[in-house]
Design a protein. Sequence first.
Length: 231
Amino acid sequence: MRARPMVWRRSVGFTLIELLVAVGLMALMAALSWRGLDGMTRSQAQMRQYADDVMALQSGLGQWGVDLDAMVTPPDAGASHKFVTLDWDGRALRILRRGAVNPGAGLIVVAWSRRVVDGTGQWLRWQSPPLQTRAELDLAWQKAAQWAQGPSVDDSRREVRVAALDQWQIYYYRNDAWSNPLSSAGLASDGKSGADNLVDGIRLVLSLSPGQAISGTINRDWLRPGVGGHK
């Protein structure tokens, strides 16, 4: 009886080297995909931060104009001791204005200042609760100045961070010219300081910190209604 010849058949599958090559390619593709997704995530986060910074600055500048538009004459105008409506002491600009929601509910004191918060200069806004009496107005006016120098825990809750700020400057428009409110050139024709006289305009100069959505210098002029043609 004749023996059948042995037939060698190749096993179906991959060799170890082929598997290693395949695993290496898959790992490389996964790494490239992860880097792509990580880059997209970071780009989206940067775009969101950019949009947030722009919106915060636009809202802050808008609120700045609203506060000045709502500025009111002191309730005791003409008395021997006048209450100040607007004051710049070199650190903070304080404004007496009518309430936003219900003007009849009382007046409010608003202050704008720059202060270092968590190691970064910030443009800040502070607002008092509605005020009804002269004593409340006096106290809020003093607290606004104290807040600019160093806020209490309660005052910190009333402040809003607007934008990272290196420095800022304020100019008053009076006697047909822009001048430093604290200089002798900023005095009105009657010789009184800016704390005793309403001004025709206020110029805001912001030097924004680099590294944010908007940087550089921004100028914003506000003019009292009825005063026009001056920039």
